[in-house]
Design a protein around this ligand. Structure first.
Ligand code: ZN
Length: 269
């Protein structure tokens, strides 16, 4: 089911950790951002769009994690974009002969059978410094930053004032750092500052997983994510409701613990 977020912007929420697919209406069809997870929900979305007379004219993946680079044949074969770094990173994965087995290891067992691998990761990298999505629709600015994953980008749908945040600014997930990066904590703080620079123009924020936030939520979520990252930087246990006793996802505290350990281990290198 597609929900209206703002003028010309709709969202479809998956069962799998509230993954959001964002649909932006253009002149002759739609831009699909992070298309979805299971084969059935993507087929249903393709069907809904067909009934609305809105073909998919472009796709975009916010980053190269499996849950953001899936696709369904019914979406057609329009270009699927990502940043140059995003495309290079997923191309690297696909260059392994056993990539399907490697990716399968990270899939949630309860959905693994329903996740279509065939068109996974076929992303066209946009040249570095590309400022907006090349398509016939409202201006969609690309805000690339180094934080959650290589080549991660948020998209700002100008006019509508919607920030599609990728795996940042979630109300249910604390920051997941890119632990392969040289300075994961500084990178994350810098990305949050980048988001603040557009806050005055944003009336809705769509995280990769979690609830769509209304006006004011961007700043609130930046504050919450920053507090988490600063606590890690200072070696303190964060006071964060997303990993506390009443957290919506009970397994998250464990991921947080693992993340703390990995950071501590890096510090001793
Ligand atoms: Zn994700």
């Amino acid at each position: 089911m597609l929900k209206h977020v703002a003028e010309g912007v709709l969202v479809h929420e998956s069962e799998f950790i509230q993954s959001n697919c964002t649909v932006v209406q253009g002149r002759d069809g739609v831009l699909l951002i992070d298309p979805g997870i299971t084969v059935n929900e993507m087929a249903a979305l393709a069907n809904d769009l067909r009934e609305l007379g809105q073909p998919v004219v472009a796709g975009f993946s916010t980053h190269p994690d499996w849950d953001h680079v899936l696709w369904h044949p019914d979406f057609g074969d329009s270009p699927r974009y990502g940043t140059a770094r995003c495309a290079a990173s997923i191309r690297d994965v696909l260059s392994n002969v056993d990539w399907k087995e490697q990716v399968a290891e990270g899939l949630p067992p309860e959905h693994a059978e329903e996740i279509p691998m065939d068109l996974l990761g076929l992303i066209t990298g946009l040249p570095t410094e590309t400022a907006q999505i090349p398509w016939d629709g409202p201006t969609v600015r690309i805000l690339e930053h180094q934080a959650h994953a290589p080549g991660h980008a948020a998209l700002l749908v100008e006019g509508a004032g919607v920030l599609v945040a990728g795996d940042m600014l979630s109300d249910i997930l604390m920051p997941f750092l890119d632990l392969q990066a040289a300075d994961p904590l500084d990178d994350y703080l810098e990305a949050l500052r980048l988001f603040e620079t557009v806050a005055d123009n944003v009336v809705a924020v769509i995280p990769g997983h979690g609830s769509v936030g209304g006006s004011g939520q961007l700043r609130e979520r930046v504050t919450m994510d920053r507090a988490y990252v600063q606590a890690l930087r200072d070696g303190r246990e964060p006071d964060d409701p997303r990993i506390g006793p009443s957290a919506p996802l009970e397994w998250l505290a464990e991921v947080h613990g693992w993340q703390m350990q990995r950071l501590a281990a890096r510090g001793q290198d």
